[in-house]
Design a protein around this ligand. Structure first.
Ligand code: NI
Length: 390
C-alpha cells in the first residue's frame, strides 16, 4: 500500500499549514502561535482530548481507534521550534520574523503529524490509542526531556514512540534509518586553569597558566587517540582558549578552555568525561597549577531499539517500496533530543529524504512539500501496523 489516496488528497492543505507555520517561526519553549495553531487544527479534526503545557509548552492529544481490545498505545512525535537565524531561502512564504527561521523543517514535521492526525481521526482504522506529541525546544532546550519529566510516557501510557526528521541529501521518496546509535550525544565543558600570574620576563616567579592550558589541550587529544576503542566514534574539540590578559608582558593568572564532546555510545561518553577530568586536573597539578572542570551533559545518544526499528522499516517499505528504504544508514554526529523519549520507551527515529537542499540550519535550507504525503503515510502505517484493527 503506497501513499493513501486520502492523504494524497490532503497534501495541498497540509502544505498550507506548513507555510503558515513557516511564516511565523517561534523559538525554544516560547511557541504561543504555533501551539495555538496546532490545537485549533486538532479541534477541527474532532479531536477532543488535547492537553497543553506539557514540558512547558508541548501539546499532547489522543485519538482512539474504532476498538481498544488490547490497551495498545503508540506515541508519534513531532518537534515545533525554529532557529535563531535569518532566512535566505527565497520561498514566497518565508519567515516574516527577522532573526527566526524554520531552518530544520520542524514546520514540516508538525504539519505532517497534523496531517496524519486528520487522517487517523477520520478513519480510526486501528485497535488502541494514538498519542500525538508536539514537542517544544528541540534546538537546544531539551523539550523532549521536559515532556518526559512532566509524565508524558506514564500519564498517557505510551508503550512505543516514533519520530521522524527530514534529511537533506537523501532523495525525496526514500527513507533511511539504522538500529542502534543513530545520532550523537553532545556534552560541553569548561576547564578553568589557575596558575600564578606574573611578569612575562620573570616566568620562574610565576606558574605559566598558558603553558599548562596548552598541555591540557594537547593531552585531551590522547582520549580519542589512546583511550577510546579505535572502532568507536568520538569527537573532543576545544573551541575556546580565553586568557584573563591581553598583553605582551603579563603571564595570566587564569585561562579558561571550552570544548564539546560527541559520542555514539554511552560507555564512550562516560569514559570521555572521566578522562577529561583526570587529564585536566593531573596536568595542572604536575605544573603546580589547578584545573576546575565543569562538565555539562547535553542530549544523550539517540539509540533506536532493534524491534521498533524493524517495524519502522516495514512501515516505510509499505509506503515507498523495499528499495527506497536504507536500513543501515551511517550514524551522524549532530544530536537530537528525541533520544530522551527513546531512553524512556522503546521506539525508533526515522529519516525521510528531503532531496537536494542545503543541510538543516543553513539559511537557504528548504523543506520539500513533496515529502508531506510520504511522511503522513509513514505515521499512519506505524499506527495501523502496530495496532491492527480488531
Ligand atoms: Ni531538527
Amino acid at each position: 500500500m503506497p501513499i493513501r489516496n486520502r492523504l494524497a488528497e490532503m497534501a495541498d492543505e497540509i502544505a498550507g499549514w506548513r507555510h503558515t507555520l513557516h511564516e511565523t517561526p517561534e523559538l525554544m519553549f516560547d511557541l504561543p502561535e504555533t501551539t495555538a495553531f496546532v490545537v485549533e487544527r486538532l479541534k477541527s479534526f474532532g479531536i477532543e482530548d488535547i492537553t497543553t503545557g506539557i514540558g512547558q509548552s508541548g501539546v499532547v492529544a489522543t485519538i482512539k481507534g474504532k476498538t481498544d481490545t488490547k490497551g495498545r498505545v503508540i506515541g508519534l512525535r513531532a518537534d515545533m521550534d525554529a532557529l535563531p537565524m535569518d532566512e535566505a531561502s527565497g520561498v514566497p512564504f518565508a519567515s516574516q520574523i527577522p532573526g527566526k527561521m524554520h531552518a530544520c523543517g520542524h514546520d514540516g514535521h508538525t504539519a505532517m503529524l497534523l496531517g496524519a492526525a486528520k487522517y487517523l481521526a477520520e478513519t480510526r482504522n486501528f485497535d488502541g490509542t494514538v498519542v500525538l506529541i508536539f514537542q517544544p525546544a528541540e534546538e537546544g532546550g531539551g523539550g523532549g526531556l521536559e515532556m518526559v519529566k512532566d509524565g508524558l510516557m506514564d500519564r498517557w501510557g505510551v508503550q512505543e514512540v516514533y519520530g521522524m526528521h527530514n534529511m537533506p541529501g537523501v532523495p525525496v521518496g526514500q527513507f533511511a534509518i539504522r538500529s542502534g546509535s543513530l545520532m550523537a550525544s553532545v556534552d560541553s565543558f569548561d576547564i578553568v586553569v589557575t596558575g600564578k600570574g606574573g611578569h612575562g620576563a620573570m616566568p620562574h616567579e610565576a606558574i605559566d597558566t598558558n603553558l599548562v592550558a596548552a598541555q591540557i589541550v594537547v593531552s585531551l587529544q590522547s582520549i580519542a587517540a589512546r583511550n577510546v576503542d579505535p572502532l568507536k566514534s568520538v569527537v573532543v574539540t576545544i573551541t575556546t582558549m580565553m586568557s584573563d590578559t591581553d598583553s605582551y608582558n603579563i603571564i595570566p593568572h587564569t585561562v579558561t578552555l571550552k570544548g564539546t564532546v560527541r559520542t555514539l555510545d554511552n560507555s564512550v561518553r562516560d569514559l570521555v568525561e572521566e578522562r577529561v577530568r583526570a587529564i585536566a586536573e593531573a596536568t595542572a597539578t604536575s605544573f603546580g597549577a589547578t584545573a576546575e572542570v565543569l562538565y555539562d551533559r547535553g542530549y544523550p545518544v539517540t539509540v533506536n531499539h532493534e524491534d521498533q526499528t524493524g517495524y519502522a522499516i516495514e512501515a516505510a517499505r509499505a509506503v515507498v517500496g523495499d528499495a527506497a528504504v536504507e536500513d543501515n544508514t551511517p550514524p551522524m554526529m549532530p544530536a537530537e533530543d528525541f533520544s530522551y523519549m527513546l531512553e524512556a520507551r522503546p521506539g525508533a527515529y526515522m529519516f525521510i529524504g528531503n532531496g537536494d537542499t542545503p543541510m538543516c540550519h543553513h539559511p537557504a535550507y528548504t523543506f520539500s512539500d513533496e515529502i508531506i504525503p510520504l511522511g503522513c503515510s509513514w505515521f499512519a502505517e506505524m499506527v495501523e501496523r502496530r495496532m491492527p484493527a480488531a
